[in-house]
Every structure is written in C-alpha cells, then in structure tokens.
Design a protein around this ligand. Structure first.
Ligand code: FAD
Length: 301
C-alpha cells in the first residue's frame, strides 16, 4: 500500500505529493488530467516571485518538479473512496488503490447553465473564462450570465474589450460586492437585466443570440449578440465522495486547519475544500499543509 495517496493533479495535489515524497514515504498521485484548472488558464500574474507566466507553462514545470521525486503517477479517474483497515480508492478502470492516508485535491469546475445551445456552442461563442477568451470578442456584443462577484468582475473586464456587455441576473438583485456594482454601473457600455432566466443560447455555426424570460412579467425576450460568458459559480469535484467524506451545502469538503476531513487518515486541499479563496498559491499552501498533516498522522499510527 501507499503511505500517502494523492487524488488530483492540480497545484494542490502536486504540492502535496512533493511534500510527502520529501519525507521518504511511499507516495502516489492519481489524476485524470495532470495540471488541473491551470491548463485552461492564460496569463497568471499573481503567482508570487513569477511576474508573469501562462497556465500550460506553469503546469509543465509543476509536473517536472513532481517527477524529480519518487512519486507513482497514475492517469485515471477516482470513482469511490472507502475506509477499511486501509483507505481504498477505486478507479474508473476498476483497479483499487490502497493507502494508509489519502489527500483529496480534486479541485473544481465551472458550473454550467444547462440550457439548450450551451453545450453545442462551447468554444463557438459560449465561454467561461473572460481572461482566456475575452480578447476573442473585441468589438462585439457579449452577455455575462450571473451577477455574483465573478459575473460582475467578468462584465467589468469585458466592457473594456467588447462593444457592449449585457449582464443577466436571475435574482431581483445583484449579489456582487457593492464596490463592484458601483464600478459596473459607472460603465457606459453595460446593461444590467435582473430577474432574467436564460432559456436558450441561439446560433447557427456560432452564437448569434440569447433568449431569456423576464421572471417578473413572464415575457420572453431575445437579444442578438456574439458571445455568452457563463459565470454562475465553481462546482467542487467531490460527487464521487457521496456518503463518505463530509461536505458543506456547496459540495466543498469540510477541513480543519490541518486539512483533516471527518474520515480518519483522509485529508483534503485546494479548490475542492471549504477554503475561503480559490487561487493557485492558496491551493499549493493547503496541499503542503495536508501532506505534513498526513505525515504527522502516519508517525502516530
Ligand atoms: P484543480 O486545479 O482543479 O485540479 C484538480 C485536479 O484533480 C486535476 O488534476 C483533475 O484532473 C483532478 N481530478 C478531478 N476529479 C478527479 C477524480 N475523480 N479522480 C482523479 N482526478 C480527479 N488562480 C490564480 O491564483 N491566479 C490566476 O490567475 C488564476 N486564473 C484562473 C483562470 C481560470 C480560467 C481558472 C479556471 C482558474 C484560475 N485560477 C487562478 C484558479 C486556480 O486555477 C485554482 O485555484 C487552482 O488550480 C486550484 O488547484 P487545485 O489543485 O485545488 O484544483
């Protein structure tokens, strides 16, 4: 069996694996895609000591760093966790990995709207990351769906690139911080529509519009535009832990300050946890914490 089995190969998991391997204990890492969300990220300017880097470049150097150590890397998806004598992680290919401790770092993904046209027009006008895809919509009319912090931030960002930004919020009020809302309303090329339920993203070979229902009147409206940025939140990749590891109402794994979960020997780190913020540097820090806690657990058991 492994001493430490890390599930997830993003910044949190890679850091946990390096910290564990440096203790000279048997370490494995299983991930369905090494690198995690940073593979989908363009510019990164807040990874301290590196003024500017790009996601795929950072992912490659993280992988190279992990490979400096004696870590078993398995590219597979985990589908179940069970606590027996040891902790067992069942993979999608049917294999069962056994370990004395497990560090879960399966990260998160953007939430989908789930309306017709969204899947069909992904990368053909439907986008999730303004930092990555914003420049593709220079001079065009785009919608941002979601009036929380990320949606309002996206709208402010896109207003500097697009000709016009229409922000649609389902609720009667925006949820974003007041300072962001003030900034948003100060921009001349932004329209905010509240009480708007997005019904469909329309298009031919690419997006040409969006249909929404005004929830106050029940009336249906169509807006002609070229891009739709979906900003309705991040979902933690924790469905596979149903019934085993305790999660909050958002699906985030509940951890203490040592990264411990409610299951003995199981720790968690990064965006899949209830950490206050989701950032590369924060997920790396929590990966280190979880690995040191797993080591501490091992020397006591
Ligand atoms: P992730 O990066 O999500 O990695 C999760 C890992 O788990 C992946 O390897 C995945 O394949 C694997 N996995 C998931 N489920 C399973 C399973 N069932 N079995 C096996 N493996 C599984 N942060 C910044 O600090 N600066 C930025 O500029 C920045 N820009 C961003 C831009 C975009 C577009 C996005 C999406 C995020 C950005 N972030 C940024 C956030 C940052 O990328 C995340 O906070 C960070 O990647 C979280 O790391 P993580 O290791 O917790 O999770």
């Amino acid at each position: 069996p492994f001493d430490v089995l890390v599930v997830g190969g993003g910044p949190a998991g890679a850091t946990a694996a390096i910290y564990a391997a440096r203790k000279g204990i048997r370490t494995g890492i299983v991930a369905d895609r090494f690198g995690g969300q940073i593979l989908d990220t363009l510019g990164i300017e807040n990874f301290i000591s590196v003024k500017y880097t790009e996601g795929p470049k950072l992912a490659a150097s993280i992988e190279e760093h992990v490979k400096q150590y004696d870590v078993d890397i398995m590219i597979q998806r985990a589908k179940r966790l069970a606590k027996k004598d040891l902790i067992e992680v069942e993979l999608e290919n049917g294999a069962v990995l056994k370990s004395k401790t497990v560090i879960i770092s399966t990260g998160a993904r953007w939430r989908n709207l789930g309306v017709p046209g969204e899947e069909e027009f992904k990368n053909k006008g439907v986008a999730y990351c303004p930092h990555c895809d914003g420049p593709l919509f220079e001079g065009k009319h785009v919608a941002v769906i979601g009036g929380g912090n990320s949606g309002v931030e996206a709208a402010i960002d896109l207003a500097g690139i697009a000709s016009h930004v229409t922000l649609l919020e389902f609720a009667p009020e925006l949820k974003a911080d007041a300072v962001l809302q003030d900034r948003l309303y100060s921009l001349p090329n932004v329209t905010v529509i509240k009480n708007a339920q997005t019904k469909e993203i329309t298009g031919t070979d690419k997006v040409n519009g969006l249909t929404y229902v005004d929830r106050a009147t029940g009336e249906e409206h169509h807006i002609e535009l070229q891009g739709v940025f979906v900003q309705i939140g991040l979902v933690p990749n924790t469905e596979w832990l149903e019934g085993t590891v305790e999660r909050n109402r958002f699906g985030e794994i509940i951890v203490d300050k040592r990264g411990a979960t409610n299951v003995e020997g199981v720790f968690a780190a990064g965006d899949c946890t209830d950490s206050a913020y989701k950032q590369i540097i924060i997920s790396m820090g929590s990966g280190a914490t979880a690995a040191l806690s797993a080591f501490d657990y091992l020397i006591r058991h």
